[in-house]
Design a protein around this ligand. Structure first.
Ligand code: SAH
Length: 220
């Protein structure tokens, strides 16, 4: 009874109110998405009780699902709206991909790439159970190379920390008016969340805040 649907709905609303009062959730569509997507369904059974603790949780293979405030903040920075083509690098559980598509009111498409096949399959199971596979396409591979065959992307979300700068392939695959949100390890042990924007094809970088993500696997 404790972990009933009502219970999850109740605790989820509390988190959303907190994030709104802290100014992390700013827009209607991000609020809608966080309220809509059941984070508990993306967690293994023993972690479900923690679904609405606003903290990252270890899932498997040393990887984590991001904290709710981080998911919300990254989506706000991406300025999601209906009709966009989004690339996510680092599918993990599939939760953030689901939040992105709901923040576009399911109108648009999210391509998401996961390095570990086991995690990609786990994400596909989660997303399939909730009926997302028509609008979220999961790929297995090295997402630091992007998905050239589906480029350009209006938005790129990277959920693992890149070394020194955003991978060149991702900058290249960002559309001429695109926005990318990416954690970057600027020196060993120090990660900064960046928003990289293209305006008429011109690239600019904006540092947002210090963060802590798992490392992005990338070739030297
Ligand atoms: N967005 C996820 C959490 C991501 S954790 C969620 O909502 O649950 C970061 C993920 O990035 C991990 O699953 C890790 O395996 C993956 N990853 C790391 N390097 C990668 C790469 N080069 N290509 C694709 N995925 C990568």
């Amino acid at each position: 009874m404790y972990l009933s649907k009502d219970y999850f709905e109740r605790v989820k609303k509390i988190v959303v109110e907190e994030l709104k009062s802290e100014g992390i959730i700013k827009s209607k569509n991000v609020e809608y998405a966080i309220l809509k997507v059941p984070r508990e369904e993306f967690l293994p059974p023993h972690l479900r009780i923690y679904a609405y603790e606003d903290t990252p949780l270890k899932i498997m293979l040393g990887q984590t699902i991001s904290a709710i405030h981080m998911v919300a903040m990254m989506c706000e920075l991406l300025e999601l709206k209906p009709g966009l083509k989004v690339l996510e690098v680092g599918t993990g559980t599939g939760y953030h991909a689901a939040i992105c598509i709901e923040a576009m009111y399911r109108r648009g498409v999210v391509y998401t790439v996961e390095y570990f096949p086991e995690l990609a399959i786990y994400a596909i199971q989660n997303l399939s159970k909730l009926g997302y596979l028509d609008v979220i396409k999961v790929f297995i591979g090295d997402g630091s190379k992007g998905l050239p065959q589906y480029a350009p992307f209006d938005r790129i979300l990277v959920t693992a920390a890149a070394w020194k700068d955003a991978p060149k392939a991702l900058i290249k695959q960002l559309s001429t008016e695109g926005i990318m949100v990416i954690p970057i390890e600027v020196k060993p042990g120090v990660q900064v969340l960046y928003r990289i924007t293209k305006k008429n094809g011109e690239v600019s970088r904006e540092a947002i805040t210090y963060v802590s993500f798992v490392k992005l696997r990338q070739e030297e």
